[in-house]
Ligand binder design. Structure first.
Ligand code: 3PG
Ligand code: MG
Length: 397
């Protein structure tokens, strides 16, 4: 997909003294006092901003934070803590501008301002044309760098891309797309995907899309339980969706027809209750009792999957394969994480739980690309063209 890149706009010298409006995804988690508990997205958004400052642009950055009610400012919706953290990281102070839609503020070349939570503007969510028209007038260059919000067609993620004189992709958005195309469009094979999570229903379209492309589809968590049922195994009282057995079987068959496979666990770790101190028992997949809960894959299955991952050319990872938050049930996820780290495959990972597992096992540096997207990452895996890319590609024509 062809789109204009902000890095090229900067290299051409065009951005000097221009008003650059950057839409970042600074939607970070906060505790009850409003302290930022995890700042990956802030760090990941700085290169675009620095790029604009380095070429002498007048820089505006905005983001949503949470899901506030439009037109009703509440202190907890403010980007002020985000501006403070970003200021710390960049070694400068960042002014926060409220009520900015009509352009009643100034920003000088070489200056950086943060425009208050864009979801406070009336019409943002639904991308109202009146708002989009005003947004486009605020800048000479619009930079979309919010991969985490690239699946939303809102005022600052879509409308402004249509109304701004120039619309281009920031370095984070471009890097995310490059990494995902490297993994899915033109992968070094074998391509192995790990799709885990509690429900088949929430990831069915992803499983169906991947079944047409990947060489190995590793399922985990509640999703694996439904696949075990489809393979004729008993799963006791484990979480599963029996009404989706037909869909699971169709995925298995689609993979088989292409000479690929969905590996079904040969052993599992069971407990009688869902709790951190429940007694963990390793059982053959054929021995699960009626009152068992499957909370992890067993060591034999983990070793088989690890060997497969070490031979992969490309790995896509979304979801932990067991209840890795509980020590007794973390072995499967830990083994998979370590295998990905040790594999020479290009790996790409995304999703909140996956990022938590990566952090827990300290393998950040050994994963080829860690996505900042949650929902956006999943929609790309589903094979959807995200609104951000559709509009930027159209503007590049
Ligand atoms: C996210 O955190 O998933 C993104 O920032 C998108 O937020 P949203 O789901 O509120 O649109
Ligand atoms: Mg969300």
């Amino acid at each position: 997909m062809k789109f204009l890149r902000f890095s090229d706009v900067c290299t051409s010298g065009f951005a000097r003294d221009k008003r650059v409006f950057i839409r970042a995804d600074l939607n970070v988690p906060q505790d009850e006092q409003g302290n930022i508990t995890e700042d990956t997205r802030i760090r990941a958004s700085i290169p675009a901003i620095q790029m604009a400052l380095d070429v002498g642009a007048a820089v505006m950055v905005t983001s949503h934070l949470g899901r506030p009610t439009e037109g009703e400012f509440k202190p907890e919706d403010s980007l002020a803590p985000v501006a403070a953290r970003m200021g710390q990281l960049m070694g400068r102070s960042i002014r926060v501008v409220a009520d900015w839609v009509d352009g009643d503020f100034s920003v000088a070349p070489g200056e950086l301002v943060m425009l208050e939570n864009c979801r406070l503007n009336v019409g943002e969510k639904k991308n109202k044309p009146e708002l989009a028209a005003k947004l486009g007038k605020l800048c000479d260059i619009f930079v979309h760098d919010a991969f985490g919000t690239a699946h939303r067609a809102e005022g600052t993620t879509y409308g402004i891309a249509e109304t701004a004189p120039i619309a281009c992709a920031g370095p984070l958005l471009a890097a995310e797309m490059d990494a995902i195309s490297k993994a899915l469009a033109n992968p070094k094979r074998p391509l192995v995907a790990i799709v885990a999570g509690s429900k088949v229903s929430t990831k069915l379209t992803i499983l169906q899309a991947l079944a047409k492309n990947v060489d190995g589809l590793i399922v985990g968590g509640g999703i694996a339980n439904t696949f075990m049922l489809a393979a004729g195994l008993k799963i006791g009282k484990s979480l599963a969706e029996p009404d989706l057995l037909g869909e699971a079987t169709a995925v298995i068959d689609a993979m088989k027809a292409r000479g690929a496979a969905v590996p079904i666990p040969t052993d599992v770790v069971c407990a009688k209750s869902f709790s951190p101190d429940a007694v963990a028992t390793v059982k053959a997949a054929t021995d699960v009792a009626d009152d068992d809960l499957i909370l992890d894959i067993g060591p034999e299955t983990a070793a088989t999957l690890a060997a497969q991952l070490k031979q992969a050319g490309t790995i896509v990872w979304n979801g932990p394969v067991g209840v890795f938050e509980f020590a007794a049930f973390e072995n499967g996820t830990k083994t998979i994480a370590q295998a990905i780290a040790e594999s020479s495959a290009f790996s790409i990972a995304g999703g909140g739980d996956t990022l938590a597992a990566i952090a827990k096992y300290g393998i950040e540096k050994d994963v080829g690309y860690i996505s900042t997207g949650g929902g956006a990452f999943l929609e790309v895996l589903e094979g959807k063209t995200l609104p951000a890319f559709e509009v930027l590609a159209r503007r590049a024509e």
